[in-house]
Write a new protein. Structure first.
Length: 252
């Protein structure tokens, strides 16, 4: 903590961690940005762009899907490391589908497991994850202390957040996913890609989703995107100050 004197007043400032927040699209990025003071600065990156907030957090609209998200986040992590300002944490954030009734529309969830749901092979006996084929990984585990801080600060339950390349659109598919992943709270399209990039760079990762629709039959009338984006703004307003208590060494 640094104590500064300004116009006769003593103010205390806490060191802000270097955090990268990766969203899929600009609307999600802007929702996160509203939780921080203005002004913001745009920083160009190959194929993407950063929004640098006055609070010291960098916001990246990384693109839709795990592959583009991984590529964009890896580029941002590499650029920061080469500049001598590596990130302490990457947060995958955005809206997504919630498994009912555990994650109702408008609520938040925090991932304690970031799992890719459709990386593997279809067989006569059903789906086989890539790990059972003898290679790769299907799950990343955010630091437990970090998950606890995020869950307590936002009031969001912690559980598995699935990454899919094809959004679930039927009741049968939703039931299949729940059968294979009983602790699943939500699905999104970028978390696993973000986590893969973070792991490659040795950087901690966290995923937060605001629920915009139920996982299941595709029904636009049931979508509440505005409510989910508002929940995302509120979440980061609480998360940013809470992370000042996070010590990366707590999980080592």
């Amino acid at each position: 903590m640094v104590v500064q004197a300004e116009e006769g007043l003593i103010t205390a400032s806490v060191r802000v961690r270097h955090v990268l927040v990766a969203t899929a699209v600009p609307a999600e990025r802007d929702a996160v940005a509203r939780a921080f003071p203005s002004p913001v600065e745009r920083v160009p990156l190959p194929g993407a762009g950063l929004t640098r907030t006055a609070g010291g957090w960098d916001l990246l609209d990384a693109g839709v899907g795990p592959a583009l998200a991984a590529a964009s986040v890896s580029a941002a992590l590499t650029a920061a490391r080469l500049a001598g300002t590596p990130y302490d944490l990457v947060v995958s954030a955005g809206i997504g589908g919630g498994f009912q009734p555990e994650a109702p529309v408008g609520s938040l969830v925090v991932a304690d497991r970031i799992t890719v749901a459709d990386l593997g092979a279809e067989t006569a006996d059903g789906f086989v994850p890539v790990t059972e084929l003898g290679f790769g990984t299907v799950t990343h585990h955010p630091p437990r202390s970090l998950v606890g801080i995020a869950s307590e600060a936002t009031g969001a339950p912690a559980g598995t957040v699935l990454t899919v390349s094809t959004v679930t659109g039927t009741a049968a598919r939703a039931a299949e996913l729940r059968a294979r992943h009983p602790r699943a709270l939500a699905e999104g399209m970028e978390g696993f890609g973000v986590a893969e990039a973070a792991a490659t760079h040795g950087t901690a990762v966290l995923e937060i989703r605001a629920v915009s629709n139920p996982v299941g039959p595709r029904d636009r009338a049931a979508w509440r995107i505005g409510d989910a984006l508002a929940a995302l703004t509120e979440a980061f307003g609480k998360l940013a100050p809470a992370l000042e208590s996070w010590n990366p060494h707590d999980d080592q």
